[in-house]
Design a binder for this molecule. Structure first.
Ligand code: TYD
Ligand code: MG
Length: 453
């Protein structure tokens, strides 16, 4: 009898060991190293019925390489297309990661249902009935989408050969298992093998494959890091489950920029594309409320107006509380220290709560000035005038620093009808004339004087 070969893998980072160890020396996690049975495959899982396309490669002069624009498959979904860099590239492997319940299956099922191409949606997580119920809510009469509930890659390839789909969606890579590896589905070696088989299939037949991947509790995609290296594009679907907005961004993209961003709204009938995100993120109350300020930020390549709410109140307990939603707490502490030291506001004995509305999180430093304005507005209980917004970073010396893409931010504010925008004096602004009044400031005091003076 052939000896079964086993190896030890860290389930957290995928490092391989010859024997068991208590702590992974690569990622320093304890008790993550697990023994897995691996067996050499005698034959390859995906046996192409086509002629082998891979010829022996020869070096070519750069200028002789054909620069024809590679065609892309339009996914009908504008936001998805944009994040991919203009559509699906034939033969590419896309990995979509995200928290459980954020809407990964919904997004891909919705795309699969609406596509004009023949799509094979393989689910190892839900039954056909469950998928049907979901499909009925999203887009009931699709006749191009085939549903397959299967987890064994060999069977999936058999069905692929029988149906010849134009696009394959796998929900999820962690549920797949291959006969050539004996360890359980979801283990490091299974994920690696199944992905390798799918890559081989995608490249040989020029069919795009979209994989759904689970993420671990720290937010990275579950399985070996090598999974992210193997695929062409890694997308992340994020958003607070308690809010309706979802953001799709590319973490890696071999065929486009990673700066693009897609925004969706979760509704009863699936995900709706949001084309004008700024309008939904700003609440439309006419009476001025103290403690809110609007910032003009840039997420990826897209300008976005967001609303910041602050609440400053006298601390009831000994230690004042500082709490943030959607914003870096350390950054808040830094801004409070700047306000205390440079502008003379005594906030040391106050509780400060900060919230970015809409459930999105922002780490663009250009919202600093709006954060400060919201805090001071709440502290003084004076609302900021309607039609005022901010786009500037605040430095440790209390100086107002320039930010990148200022023109884009100003134009977005203007488009949404803002009347005044505060920016840094040091920002070089190339805009000729704008309807919006651009206020140049160099120190926090200048802005405070203007707003609450
Ligand atoms: P799902 O796609 O199952 O999440 P994932 O695959 O990322 O785990 O999304 C599930 C959530 O989406 C669920 O909580 C309900 C919600 N949802 C809607 O609000 N409207 C809909 O039309 C659908 C299909 C789901
Ligand atoms: Mg799912």
């Amino acid at each position: 009898m052939a000896k079964t070969k086993t190896t030890f893998f860290c389930q957290n980072c995928g490092t391989q060991y010859a024997k068991w160890v208590g702590q992974c020396s690569a990622c320093k996690e304890w008790n993550t190293v697990v023994e897995e049975v691996v067996q050499k495959a005698e034959k390859k899982a995906w046996k192409s019925s086509y002629e082998p396309t891979r010829k022996r490669a020869k070096p070519v002069r750069v200028k002789e390489i054909s620069t024809e624009k590679e065609e892309r498959l339009d996914t009908i979904d504008l936001e998805f297309n944009r994040v991919l860099g203009g559509g699906l590239v034939p033969g590419s492997l896309v990995l979509l990661g995200g928290e459980p319940g954020v809407g990964k299956s919904t997004l891909l099922l919705q795309i699969a249902l609406k596509l004009p191409y023949k799509t094979l949606y393989v689910s190892g997580e839900e039954s056909q009935k469950q998928i049907k119920m979901r499909a009925d809510r999203i887009y009931p009469n699709s006749d191009t989408c085939l549903i397959l509930t299967e987890t064994k890659t060999q069977n999936i390839f058999q069905q692929i050969e029988a149906t010849e789909p134009d696009i394959v969606v796998i929900d999820s890579i962690q549920t797949l298992h291959s006969d050539y590896i004996e360890s359980a589905a979801g283990s490091i070696s299974q994920i690696r093998e199944c992905t390798a088989e799918l890559i081989k299939f995608a490249k040989e037949t020029n069919t795009p494959v979209i994989l759904i991947g689970h993420i671990t509790k720290d937010g990275s995609i579950a399985g070996p890091k090598i999974l992210e290296h193997m695929v062409d594009t890694v997308l992340q679907f994020e958003g607070d489950r308690n809010y309706v907005y979802r953001i799709l961004r590319a973490l890696k993209n071999r065929f486009g920029s990673t700066a693009e961003l897609g925004i969706y709204e979760m509704q009863g009938g699936g995900l709706r594309q949001v084309n004008n995100p700024s309008e939904i993120l700003i609440s439309k109350n006419d009476e001025g409320l103290s403690g809110t300020a609007i910032a003009s930020t840039v997420e990826g390549m897209r300008p976005l107006m967001i609303e910041i709410q602050a609440l400053v109140s006298t601390a009831v307990y000994g230690t004042p509380q500082r709490s943030t939603t959607g914003y870096n707490a350390k950054r808040l502490n830094m801004l409070l220290a700047v306000l205390e030291k440079r502008a003379g506001f005594k906030l040391g004995a106050k509780d400060v709560f900060l919230n970015i509305t809409g459930g999105i999180s922002v780490d663009d430093p250009a919202i600093d000035l709006a954060v400060i304005a919201a805090i001071l507005s709440s502290n003084a209980d004076i609302p900021i005038e309607k039609g005022v917004c901010f786009a500037a970073e605040v430095g440790l010396a209390g100086e107002i620093r320039p930010v990148q893409r200022i023109e884009q931010r100003i134009l977005e504010a203007e488009k949404l009808g803002f009347k005044t925008i505060y920016v840094s004096k040091n920002n070089k602004i190339g805009l000729k004339s704008t309807r919006i009044s651009v206020q140049l400031a160099s120190r926090i005091e200048d802005v405070v004087e203007e707003l609450f003076g």
